[in-house]
Ligand binder design. Sequence first.
Ligand SMILES: [Zn+2]
Length: 144
Amino acid sequence: VLLPNATPPNYRIDSCCSPIPGDDVLGFVSADEQVILHKADCPVAMKLKSSYGTRLVATRWEGKADNFIVTLDIDGIDRKKILEQITACISSEMELNIINMNFTTEPGVFHCTTTLQVDTTDTVAKLCKKLKKIKGVKFAKRTS
Ligand SMILES: [Zn+2]
């Protein structure tokens, strides 16, 4: 059972794939008896799974925390105020913390990469759906 509310949490998230609640995860017991999480499809996890001596444990999330970090890519057609609307969607509508945002434009198109704090994959799915409803947004997807 993974308790994100415990201090410190009773698991560690590996930075290679940064799983969040809702992702399929694999838990590995490290030498110091800590559970380390990877996404089920993470290449590092695949390697650990096949290597000798690593213990795999069944895991499930319990409780809630909203401090999981995800990165989103948002692309589309550039127009006035689109950045403002994207930011408003994330912070005002969804009430998520933006940790980092990088917005670049080329003639006619924009590309935005943003790092956010979320609780679960459901929130990410809901946010992407909302972002895609903004006029001009063609693509909104979690990348890590
Ligand atoms: Zn991983």
